[in-house]
Design a protein around this ligand. Sequence first.
Ligand SMILES: Cc1cc2nc3c(=O)[nH]c(=O)nc-3n(C[C@H](O)[C@H](O)[C@H](O)COP(=O)(O)O)c2cc1C
Length: 229
Amino acid sequence: MPQADDAAREALAHRPHLDPASMRAHYRAEGLRTEDLADDPYQQFLRWFEDAVTAGLHEPNAMVVSTADERGRPSSRTVLLKQFDERGFVFYTNYGSRKGREIEANPYVSLLFPWHAIARQVIVSGRAERTGRDETAAYFRTRPHGSQLGAWASEQSSKVASREELDRTYEALAARYPETEDVPVPPRWGGYRVVAETVEFWQGRENRLHDRLRYVRTDAGWTVERLCP
Ligand SMILES: Cc1cc2nc3c(=O)[nH]c(=O)nc-3n(C[C@H](O)[C@H](O)[C@H](O)COP(=O)(O)O)c2cc1C
């Protein structure tokens, strides 16, 4: 669409502050040294997660999860990290969603924490496995009543005719399960735990000479390698 391209260029010419090519943030000077890293990536993640929380980042537990279908076509979306420890990183979703179907066909996923405000990102690659039903149920009970109903109301990733249809489904569920009633855990809803194989910690530095330190799981434990920025 050449006309549309021209229009977009014209619009940017009058608003240079919206031109992404001219946007350049200056990154912090403090570096990341191998000798300062924790012994395993989960402890290191805890340190950086604490920094992200302390810095007041909005939703520091938001992460982009990328999956690929059986033909290798990727897709990404944001989800919320709900738990992490040496067993892995946990998020909750609908198993019948696009991501759920892709994980069932190909369990290899990537997680990315985009902590731009503090010039950091963490990238995890590994295998996703379903959390146990007891663990899922324990987390489901902590969700607000409305979110519990929402998990039932939405066939995540499938087409819906209208907003009204979605609202009607929710209202019918709200009538069936008032605030005083326990909402059962939807059978198609639950957690995935991503068991890390590599975890990269990226720290922005001056002159684009960023630090990238990557933990790699081996039979003997975790090793760390430095990557060019
Ligand atoms: C900040 C944020 C947090 C989100 N958290 C979740 C989540 O924890 N679980 C989830 O299933 N979807 C979450 N979503 C919605 C997903 O990004 C996505 O729209 C949905 O999971 C359907 O993805 P899919 O069709 O690729 O499977 C979140 C979206 C945003 C913007």
